[in-house]
Ligand binder design. Structure first.
Ligand SMILES: C[N+](C)(C)CCCC[C@H](N)C(=O)O
Ligand SMILES: O=C(O)CCC(=O)C(=O)O
Length: 354
């Protein structure tokens, strides 16, 4: 049905409209929960009227509904998120938000700026933080709850943990750019790193914008892009009692908007199972994978930085790939994972997403 609203003809589905009535019998305005326990299908409008910003509807069963015009419009489209700005290399350093904390406290505006930077660029920083796990945790909790995984909640990257996790991250070797938890059903959305004890030599961090890499792949060869977007590939984490396996494509787009949503790439955790595509397509798939890796490893895309005590870097683990150079001597990072739900919820709280 089309409603004539402010000289505009606005197409509205009546079943949607009736099942989203906001009156006190249909909707709990305290809990924001629907009260209708099943979908009402056989609905018809007896008549409707417009009074300023309100649309009044009388339904065929004489039920009365009132809707705000702006709300009606807003519910016909996906939520708006800050414009994604993709980047290559260290150009990004001057664009991201770097907020200065005071005694591991952040103001409302500082947290909003940090979350906006992470939503836009995939990265943000907090400086002037006491070089301790406790101060790091306090800052991270300003964004929201910390994820507790088999690595623990606040975790550290030190070589002494290798015997538990048996993962290259817990060595002094180079770790190529990757996203974490590719083997998980839901990878951590946000990673915080605080370099409490930089190595004597080496250990620098490398960041790559995976969305920029995916954009470049799509421009270079749509078939390569489609291969990585459609073919599930199996990832695993296999260490004593930690046995995680999941098969998900490398490039994942939103089912609502079609926009890039998640990059999952970690060559260390790619399992031995063949990618889930026709055997006849496997050679092409590996050519697509190689083309993407060539882009990921292009020095022009890399932002090389050194994590120093006092600065926490927050990265969107669904978008940015991180890695590190090999190092000599003792090196200790602390940090945590936080969920994508937490990051996006904070974006809504600060009205960055609406
Ligand atoms: C970040 N933290 C120290 C907890 C884990 C380090 C290992 C991450 C693992 N290689 C993965 O790709 O998920
Ligand atoms: O050691 C680092 O800088 C990062 C290690 C790593 O890749 C990780 O913890 O996921």
């Amino acid at each position: 049905m089309e409603f004539q609203i402010n000289q505009q003809r606005v197409p509205i589905n009546l079943i949607w409209l009736r099942n989203n009535c906001r009156c006190e019998n249909c909707f709990n305005d305290i809990t924001k929960e629907n009260k209708l326990t099943e979908t009402l299908l056989h609905v018809a409008v007896k008549h409707y009227s417009i009074d300023g910003n309100d649309v009044h509807v009388v339904w065929n069963d004489d039920h009365l509904s009132k809707y705000d015009i702006n709300w009606l419009h807003s519910q016909q489209r996906p939520e708006n998120r800050p414009n994604l700005i993709t980047w290559s290399g260290s150009e990004i350093e001057s664009q991201i938000s770097i907020v200065e904390s005071e005694k591991a406290e952040l103001t409302h505006d500082q947290i909003s700026k940090l979350v906006e930077s992470i939503l836009q660029f995939g990265v943000g920083m907090v400086r002037n933080v006491l070089p301790s796990t406790e101060a790091t945790e306090k800052i991270c909790k300003h964004i929201g709850p910390i994820m507790n995984t088999f690595y623990g909640s606040m975790w550290e990257v030190v070589q002494s943990s290798f015997s538990v996790y048996k993962d290259t991250a817990y060595t002094d070797k180079v770790v190529g750019v990757h996203t974490d938890n590719t083997y998980a059903i839901e990878p951590a959305g946000l990673m915080a790193f605080h370099g409490l004890e930089p190595a004597q030599q080496g250990g620098e961090t490398v960041l790559v914008d995976g969305f920029r890499a995916a954009e470049l792949l799509k421009i270079q060869n749509q078939k390569h892009y489609d291969n990585l977007r459609t073919v599930p590939i199996e990832w695993h984490y296999n260490s004593d009692e930690f046995l995680h396996i999941n098969a998900i494509p490398i490039i994942n787009t939103s089912k609502v908007t079609g926009e890039l949503e998640q990059i999952r790439y970690n060559t260390y955790h790619r399992s031995s199972r063949a990618p889930f595509t026709a055997k006849s397509n496997l050679d092409d798939y590996y050519a697509s994978l190689k083309a993407f890796e060539n882009i990921l490893h292009d020095p022009k895309l890399a932002w090389n930085l050194s994590l120093q005590p006092g600065t926490i870097i927050f990265i969107n683990n669904w978008r940015l790939l991180h890695g590190r150079r090999q190092f000599i001597g003792r090196r200790r990072l602390v940090g945590c994972y936080q969920s994508m739900n937490t990051l996006l919820s904070r974006g809504r709280y600060f009205k960055l997403i609406k």
